[in-house]
Design a protein around this ligand. Structure first.
Ligand code: COA
Ligand code: MG
Length: 325
């Protein structure tokens, strides 16, 4: 291990994160009753410009009046380049009661963006006598944000998670796609001919770099890594595939932009009983190995070593968190 200890953000379940437009308060109770781990009430891009003030008021009332149970509740504020953001922060922290847990910062571009919000939140919290310090979720969804991702992830002790905002990222990088997440038919490889002259075309994952990059920046700073939206909510198989490949790379959850995606995300991001049993077998085998003074042994014909313990412990810890949540 490095002499630098990475401090982990507060432990929260973040398998599914439901987006709820602030302009549709009728959805708040439904969101609270859903199985989503995290709810974010949106002031930003799902709200039209002339509805910004009303959406903010809806959110303030919803935070105070709706019973959010044990959910993590977040608000996505408007961007730092808009004339709405300061009022989102000040009004919601001053008048939104004390239920709010997190604030989601969209289109974060530099560490200074996070610094500025940290300062503003600290002032309002201190002046209003708020006991609970608001945590930050940051959406990496621009070329600038991706270029500065390490500094952004390290910018504040309030930081809890990084999210990959695929649609704005595509727009910012001028990627040739108009979908919200999912693969692209142009992003693939054509194999050489086989003996019969046949060639195969294999689709690749055009978001692989971005998600891996985000996972590294997040984990190096003790943050959660969360995959963003998949727009086609009529395609559960497509959602599942996107969620599974992000989980394989280290994400611990995915957004739901429609209630039908909540159960899919919870399913993909919960370890299966077989996963947990296997992790327990690895821990047992390693305990025995350590008693015998060995650092690496074989289990079912495969190498396991001290890294396997850490992987298995992550999984068992996650299962315990889910059982407790
Ligand atoms: N949160 C809670 N409940 C929701 C919901 C949400 N985000 N979206 C839909 N519902 C409810 C509907 O009210 C409806 O409830 P009912 O069965 O009691 O009538 C049910 O789920 C089915 O909804 P449906 O009719 O299929 O969807 P819709 O046409 O009302 O809305 C969207 C579809 C995509 C516009 C809507 O889901 C939405 O606004 N999603 C979030 C978008 C967002 O925030 N984007 C920003 C981040 S990318
Ligand atoms: Mg966006």
């Amino acid at each position: 291990m490095s002499f630098t200890i990475v401090e982990e953000a507060p432990a929260r379940l973040n398998r599914s994160e439901l987006a709820v437009p602030g302009s549709r308060p009728a959805l708040f109770e439904k969101a609270a009753a859903s199985a989503a781990d995290v709810i974010f009430l949106d002031c930003e891009d799902s709200v039209a410009p002339d509805e910004k003030d009303q959406a903010r008021e809806n959110i303030i009332a919803g935070l105070r009046e709706v019973n959010w149970g044990t959910k993590t509740v977040s608000v996505r504020i408007n961007g730092l380049d808009t004339p709405y953001m300061y009022r989102d922060v000040i009004d919601i922290l001053e008048r939104g009661g004390d239920r709010l847990d997190l604030m989601m910062i969209p289109k974060v571009g530099t560490a200074a963006d996070v610094y500025a919000l940290d300062m503003l939140c600290t002032q309002v919290e201190t002046a209003a006598g708020r006991k609970k310090k608001i945590g930050f979720e940051m959406i990496v969804e621009s070329a600038l944000g991706m270029a500065n991702i390490d500094a952004i992830a390290a910018a504040s002790p309030r930081n809890e998670s990084l999210h990959f905002g695929v649609a704005d990222y595509a727009a910012s990088t001028k990627a040739r796609t108009t979908g919200i997440g999912g693969p692209h038919p142009d992003y693939g490889v054509l194999t050489d001919s086989d003996a019969d002259g046949a060639r195969a075309y294999h689709w690749g994952d055009m978001w692989h770099y971005a998600i891996s990059r985000m996972v590294v920046a997040a984990r190096a700073n003790g943050l959660r890594a969360v995959d963003g939206p998949f727009g086609d909510f009529s395609d559960p198989d497509g959602f599942r595939a996107q969620a599974r490949r992000a989980a394989a790379l280290g994400c611990e959850g995915k957004w739901a932009i429609h209630p039908s995606q909540i159960a899919l995300a919870n399913e993909v991001y919960s370890p299966s009983d077989a996963d947990i049993a296997q992790a327990q077998r690895i821990l047992d085998a390693m305990e025995e190995a350590q008693r015998e003074g060995k650092g690496a042994v074989s289990l079912d014909g495969k190498l396991i070593d001290l890294a396997s313990i850490r992987q298995a412990e992550n999984l068992v810890r996650q299962a315990e968190q889910i059982a407790a949540g």
